[in-house]
Design a protein around this ligand. Structure first.
Ligand code: NAP
Length: 307
């Protein structure tokens, strides 16, 4: 069995070693050393020529949870299953990151940090947790794990997804028609949606203003779901209290971007959940073994939906 591995990550050598170790007997080649007859491709942001040079793939593995970049490669062959990473150690990291951001928002850490800079001793009114609803925009693998993590802190939880499927302890809103009510409910909004034609630009001026006044945004999904100028406007006029942003339209975030120095924005460099090479290679190897035995695998992307 031949596997072509391609990644833009600085960890290419680690990926190669991990996949080779997880699939003894397979020949793992690292792009641009490209076999024409690779059985499986494992790629991250591949160059368009790759699919012409390695056409015979039985499945294409995406070395990440979000497939937005891969699905936009014009040469991606139709009819070959695209399989994404599912959790693979990312969900636990997301729980930590989002919990930190939500607790900091609820406990008004930014306000107290500002007061400290001014030498101000001023106690603010206690916020009732029951009045601080956390809305999860996207209630998939990561969204559900984050919900379970936040439930331990006693926040009221709601989630928005395409189809209504019950999740214990989470009030579910489904589809475009229920989005305004979901946003109006969310004192903190955590974005865990995939970037698709339906979600790009979703958090625009209209949607951001459907959040309650003083709400907080946490975006750990993809930068292009948010309209940057509309977010800055909503923060500047006080409609939103803060934004914690880990993902951006362009990464690295350009030095002149207004997010860098905005007093109500926290910027992190796409670290909310990093891809863990060993866990991910083990997951891919396990799926390849199932495919080789003719068994179905999970994580197959629905290309029409875009995730
Ligand atoms: P997932 O399991 O596929 O969940 C996606 C969720 O979004 C599902 O609940 C889905 O609804 C919902 N959704 C998609 N399109 C929708 C639409 N048009 N309207 C309403 N709901 C919609 O994905 P995941 O594994 O949780 O990952 C989510 C995203 O996180 C990834 O796509 C990736 O972009 C991002 N991510 C970021 C990092 C990072 O480091 N910042 C790391 C990993 C992942 P249904 O449940 O109804 O299908």
């Amino acid at each position: 069995m031949r596997i072509l591995l391609q990644t833009t990550s600085a960890n290419a050598g680690l990926w190669h070693a991990a996949l080779a170790a997880a699939l003894p007997g397979a020949e793992v080649r690292l792009w641009p050393d490209c076999p024409r007859d690779a059985d499986y491709l494992a790629v991250w942001k591949p160059p368009p020529e790759l699919f012409g040079l390695a056409p015979a793939a039985r499945a294409i593995f995406n070395l990440g949870a979000g497939v937005d970049a891969l699905l936009q490669v014009p040469t991606l062959p139709a009819g070959v299953p695209v399989i994404r990473l599912e959790d693979a150690g990312m969900a636990e990291q997301m729980v930590d990151y989002v919990t930190l951001a939500v607790l900091a928002a609820y406990r008004e850490q930014r306000v107290y940090a500002d007061q400290q800079r001014e030498g101000l001793w001023r106690q603010r009114a206690h916020l009732r947790k029951q009045a601080f609803g956390v809305g999860l925009l996207g209630l998939g693998l990561l969204g559900q794990t984050v919900a379970a993590g936040l439930a331990r802190f006693g926040f009221p939880l709601a989630g928005w997804r395409r189809e209504r499927k019950a999740v214990a302890g989470v009030r579910t809103f489904a589809g475009a028609a229920e989005l305004p009510d979901f946003l109006a409910w969310s004192q903190a909004l955590v974005c865990l949606l995939p970037s698709t034609p339906d979600t790009r630009g979703l958090l625009d001026r209209t949607r951001l203003r459907q959040l309650p006044r003083g709400a907080h945004l946490v975006n750990v999904a993809r930068g292009d779901i948010v309209v940057d100028a509309d977010l800055v406007e909503a923060l500047d006029d006080g409609h939103l209290a803060s934004a914690t942003l880990d993902v951006f339209h362009k990464e690295p975030l350009p030095p002149a971007h207004p997010f860098w120095h905005h007093p109500r924005i926290t910027v992190t460099p796409h670290v909310s959940a990093v891809t863990l090479v060993d866990d991910s290679a083990a997951q891919i190897a396990a799926k390849i073994r199932r495919l080789e035995r003719g068994l179905p695998v999970t994580g197959v992307v629905d290309r029409d939906r875009g995730y």
